[in-house]
Design a protein around this ligand. Structure first.
Ligand code: 6R9
Length: 660
């Protein structure tokens, strides 16, 4: 460790260990720079070379990048491939048939080893089962599954037959699920009877039934149910089928459906600045290329590694770094059904030790909650476990604060393991700005430098470059293979959200603010610049939560803002005006609870406001606009020192100071 200059931000620099640099795929900064230069010199040649080296093409592409319909960029567009073939068949051919693809650990601790051959057969049988139901290329299939081998197999089976999947996180409510089924026009839902997490059974199938009963899901022909817990569920004759019965007599081979590189592999809904989630559409060729390549570059994956990404398959991290990336490079990975605190907060460390994990990828919010737990109970401190197998650590989902970084580095990585702080988004498909474990000197809290070929920059409101040291808007200047292709059913919104005219229609707008260090050029992400909150690494639109609140019969008006939270990064704080008099005391508490439960029902438990405050009104400008910047100050519990001359009703501020 070397102490560097004393810039006012974090100044400690941590070099990657020499032993890791020596054997790394990208070994040392000169190797990184050489790749960056290759991309600068010949952008298409660079990506074309990598696409040929990384993937197996059924029909080779002749054109790398087609910009004629910009910003609807197309990559490798006359090439054909199959994603599942690249993840499975290729491994059988390469001598990985008996290698473990997945080490599945159930909530209760039971471990199942699934080889590449096993997984191939499971995927083929399910793919044949789906075909037997008439599901075909281009159809959409919603997957509402627990963390399971079956969940991964369901995604791969869709990819195999060219169906476009849309995974909905198992924590979303019936209403959220219904909206997504409806928007995607899905023909089937693959689900489980229940999920098993933290020793509890939570319903899935019952929520699917409820979602369909809400209407607008007429496109659904079948609901396929994986039996996980054996819990009691309803069955609709003619529509519902057990997964084990569907696959029982299916052949263990299934010819892959060759698709165009641009064929939509999946749609994944994510929160934006409006109340309606965006169906982010990804491609087959470009997406798989980048998930595979970043496994090699960012995680330096090697044949003997045991990789563990703790994300859920319902989020993009689970798509890219569980279902696709690790399998595309023939890795062995741990897949975990449960939660980090069950049966105790040592579960992650215990699992690393038992499975001899070498690469561990998790979220800052998990680290922060495990720091707390370890402070409270020395028995669940990482020092109590043998973590000597680890060689690389990763972080994703939100900024990691330097304190959490240092704890992770010292206590989990034992000052031996580089931390890759990977900045990326649902829309980017894979990592964008991150240290490389065998090259980049690390600075706690900084995601450091863009990957080769990723032309990230910081600009002002007019789209002009800003010098290092000046904070601004994070953009990407050139298209890249795994980028979002469009918003499902809404190409106009795609253009407006990501390639706005104010920026000349040519810059990809990430929605985050960032600053580059004056000396190193390192990027630090300063947070979202739109109305999107990041709670425990989950993206939540403030408008989505507001719409849910005002849908309650008691609520007249609501405004939602984020406030800093030690564990979850940001917490949801809602300001609510009721249609009746402002409640106080026990009544206020009781209504606040009712509204929280209501939001959980409307969107999902992750959207529950941590804090709810009632007022006779909200602070508004004379033209009636809610002044959210004042609400943010109130939520933090700070005094308002800002200019309030445009505020029509200053008296309201006092009322809103107190939480209920
Ligand atoms: C992969 C994922 C994307 C938003 C993104 C940013 C935040 C993610 C980060 C980070 C700072 C990191 N974010 N990784 N901020 N440092 N390493 O999380 O996708 O759910 O779409 O969220 O998360 O604000 O814009 P997604």
């Amino acid at each position: 460790m070397a102490e560097a200059d004393n810039t006012k931000q974090e100044s400690r620099i941590f070099e990657p260990p020499a032993s890791l640099v020596q054997q790394a795929t990208i070994s040392g900064m000169p190797a990184y720079q050489a790749l960056c230069q290759e991309a600068e010199r010949d952008y298409e040649g660079f990506w074309g070379r990598l696409a040929n080296e990384t993937l197996e093409w059924h029909k080779p592409f002749t054109k790398v990048l087609d910009e004629s319909k910009a910003p609807f960029y197309q990559w490798f567009n006359d090439g054909e491939l199959n994603v599942s073939y690249n993840c499975l068949d290729r491994n059988l051919k390469n001598g990985n048939a008996d290698k473990a693809a997945i080490l599945f650990e159930a909530d209760g601790g039971e471990v199942t080893r699934v080889t590449y051959r096993d997984l191939y057969e499971r995927v083929c049988r399910l793919a044949n089962g789906l075909k037997s139901l008439g599901i075909k290329k281009g159809d959409r299939v919603v997957i509402y599954m627990p963390m399971s081998v079956e969940g991964i197999a369901a995604m791969q089976a869709c990819a195999r037959i060219g169906a476009t999947h849309s995974v909905v996180f198992g924590g979303f409510s019936a209403k959220s699920l219904q909206e997504r089924i409806n928007d995607a026009g899905a023909v089937a839902v693959i689900t489980a009877d229940e999920q098993q997490r933290g020793g509890k059974q939570l319903p899935l199938k019952a929520i699917v039934d409820e979602a369909i009963s809400l209407g607008g899901c007429e496109s659904i022909r079948n609901v396929i149910v994986y039996r996980r817990t054996g819990g009691n569920i309803g069955f609709t004759e003619g529509r519902d089928l057990w997964l084990h019965e569907l696959v029982a007599n299916q052949p263990t081979d299934c010819e892959p459906e060759w698709v165009n590189a641009e064929h939509p592999l999946f749609i994944l809904y994510t929160s934006g600045s409006t109340g309606k989630p965006k169906g982010v559409q990804h491609s087959s060729g470009g997406y798989l290329l980048w998930t595979a390549l970043t496994m090699k570059w960012t995680f330096d994956i090697k044949p003997q590694d045991i990789f563990w990404c703790t994300a859920d398959i319902g989020w993009v991290t689970g798509h890219s770094y569980i279902t696709y990336g690790p399998l595309a490079v023939g890795a062995t990975q741990i897949v975990f059904e449960g939660i980090p605190t069950y049966p105790n907060a040592g579960r992650f460390w215990d699992m690393i030790a038992r499975h001899k994990a070498t690469i561990f990828y998790t979220a800052p919010t998990a680290i922060r909650s495990l720091i707390k737990a370890a402070d409270a109970d020395a028995n669940v401190h990482p020092s109590k476990y043998d973590l000597s197998s680890l060689r690389i650590l990763g972080s994703v989902g939100e900024p990691i604060n330097p304190e959490a970084w240092m704890w992770y580095y010292r206590n989990v990585g034992q000052e031996r393991c580089p931390i890759v702080d990977t900045f990326w988004q649902t829309e980017t498909g894979g990592h964008m700005i991150t240290p490389l474990p065998g090259a980049t000197p690390m600075v706690p809290g900084s995601c450091t430098l863009p990957l080769p070929g990723i032309m990230a920059a910081i600009v002002d409101e007019t789209g002009h470059d800003l010098p290092n040291g000046q904070g601004g808007i994070l953009v990407v200047k050139r298209p890249w293979p795994s980028m979002i292709r469009t918003i499902w059913n809404d190409p106009e919104r795609f253009k407006k959200s990501y390639f706005p005219e104010e920026f000349g229609g040519k810059l990809y707008l990430a929605g985050d603010g960032a600053i580059r260090n004056k000396d190193t050029g390192y990027f630090t992400i300063t947070g979202r610049i739109d109305d999107v909150l990041n709670v425990s690494g989950h993206r939540m639109g403030t408008m989505e939560i507001e719409s849910a609140l005002v849908a309650h019969p008691l609520v007249a008006e609501a405004a939602v803002v984020g406030k800093p939270d030690e564990t979850t990064g940001e917490a949801i704080c809602a300001f609510v005006v009721l249609k009746r008099a402002r409640p106080s005391g026990d009544e206020a508490k009781q209504i606040a609870k009712e509204l929280r439960d209501w939001v959980a029902k409307e969107i999902g438990p992750i959207a529950k406001p941590k804090e709810l405050r009632f007022g006779d009104n909200l602070p508004k400008t004379r033209s009636g606009k809610i002044m959210r910047r004042l609400l943010r100050v109130l939520a933090k519990g700070e005094e308002i020192t800002q200019d309030i001359s445009t505020l029509e009703n200053p008296a309201i501020l006092d009322q809103l100071k107190q939480a209920q």
